[in-house]
Design a protein around this ligand. Structure first.
Ligand code: SF4
Length: 171
């Protein structure tokens, strides 16, 4: 016990300080207002990993933490494309996922939105096109908004979702 207390005293607090909230707070308010104005209910998202390294998924998962609190804005992830308004797709699209991605797109009810995530989803990234991958998401399904980055930050993802439901390019 004493050893643990000594270790705690020696190590101190190692958590990074919370970043200044101004930018995110404005973005969150705009997104929340836009979702309510456009849909009048929650925005539902089906996330599709079409072949990513999972780096992009870690940033997408961060949207659900208490800091970004995406559910608090009226946005929720759903398990079925039949219940989704928007597909959030990471890439590159591997050859064995191309058919699954196309079927997921076809199963999503109109009007549907597609956001391609990460450099791989936008243009193939470091994997490009090859024997195992067909590259960018738009090679398989129509894409409304691209969110580049390797991986994109949660804030960039929020901007991309906002752009998709506003019908504009991300700012
Ligand atoms: S964009 Fe980067 S983090 Fe995302 S899947 Fe590609 S290599 Fe991984």
């Amino acid at each position: 016990m004493l050893r643990i207390l000594r270790q705690i005293a020696k190590t101190g607090i190692v958590t990074e300080p919370r970043p200044a909230p101004a930018d995110e707070a404005v973005l969150v308010a705009r997104l929340q207002e836009r979702v309510l104005r456009t849909l009048g209910r929650a925005l539902t998202i089906r996330q599709v990993d079409a072949g990513s390294c999972n780096g992009c998924e870690l940033e997408i998962h961060a949207l659900g933490n208490p800091y970004y609190n995406i559910e608090g804005m009226g946005i929720k992830f759903v398990a079925s494309p039949r219940h989704a308004d928007l597909l959030l797709v990471t890439g590159p699209v591997s050859k064995h996922m191309a058919i699954a991605l196309k079927r997921t797109y076809d199963a999503t009810p109109e009007p549907k939105l597609v956001v391609a995530v990460g450099d791989c989803g936008c243009h193939g990234g470091i994997f490009g096109e090859g024997y195992a991958t067909v590259g960018r998401v738009s090679n398989v399904i129509p894409v409304d908004v691209e969110v580049p980055g390797c991986p994109p930050t949660p804030t960039a993802l929020l901007r991309g979702i906002l752009a998709a439901i506003s019908g504009k390019a991300p700012d």
